[in-house]
Design a protein around this ligand. Sequence first.
Ligand code: C2O
Length: 346
Amino acid sequence: NPKFVVLSPNLTTCHKSLSDADRPVYCCPPKRESLEPIIDFQFPDISSPIRVRKPAHLVDADYIAKYNKAIAIMKSLPYDDPRNYMRQANMHCIYCTGAFISEHTNSLLKIHRSWMFFPWHRMMIYFHERILGSLIGDENFALPYWNWDSPDGMFIPDMYLNGSMIDTERDNSHLPPQVADINYDYVESGLGPEDQISTNIAFMYNQMVSGAKKTELFMGCPYKAGELGFCDGPGTIELAPHNALHTWVGSNLNTEREDLGAFYSAARDPIFYAHHSNIDRLWNVWTDLRGNNKPAIEDPEWLDSTFYFHNEKLELVRIRIRDVLDMSKLRYTYEKVDNVWLNAKP
Ligand code: C2O
């Protein structure tokens, strides 16, 4: 084992980067993060409440009002404040377009299309959720999840059609009552609602069960800082429904199907967070289905990969993948739903 190098961004390197279609974008923070003090991640206090993430199509009016208020506050913060809504969205832009160069190498750090996908997004929405909660003084606040793998959840949830949750850059023909095509690839399926739902369910079985029997198939290829470098092999769920729904929601009138359809702009649409909350839930479901006490990945180069996020106290936090593998330590959970696709064996 010659040189043990861990994947992590070099914070002095944030620079103009390229969108999916190779157009220049700039999403770096206004001040260099490398000049800020950095603290190591600490788990929330074990006496703090467990935040319960619920399906977005089942939340009540009170909850929607609270969430709207939190987003409105986030949007009103100055851009200098890392809790600002656009700054949050730009975190995704930074890490998905390769705005940082990774430490110890000269390559752009990109967290999609590899085994960085699940843990990095878990971190992003974890911090985002806690910032939202702190802005409205609610330590129980939890993100909703877009339950697109369940027949009742296969629509853009109503809560995203009003108030601070609106994003005008969505494909109008995909607003409710259109059933989502969770394997969308730029072409309309032409299926009626019932056929689309059953096609979706069968597809979920493939992505979660029959097509995801090996760790690498589900998690994506090993991306390491060392000799191997960036690998390009997304896991089943990352490819679709994940990528597919990004494309399906984004506006067909925009070059890169912004907002949700392009990585640099995706997190500007509040539905991004509910989409990723469901992805995050499915990572747990898959882990439970393995029914094995050994962690799926024990490679220290994955476990020690390190990223930086601002927390609700505006501190810059250094966090490793090993810190986010146990939701109960992070003090959140998912309200249980019936995973109907589990019984959809062809
Ligand atoms: Cu980082 Cu849903 O993409």
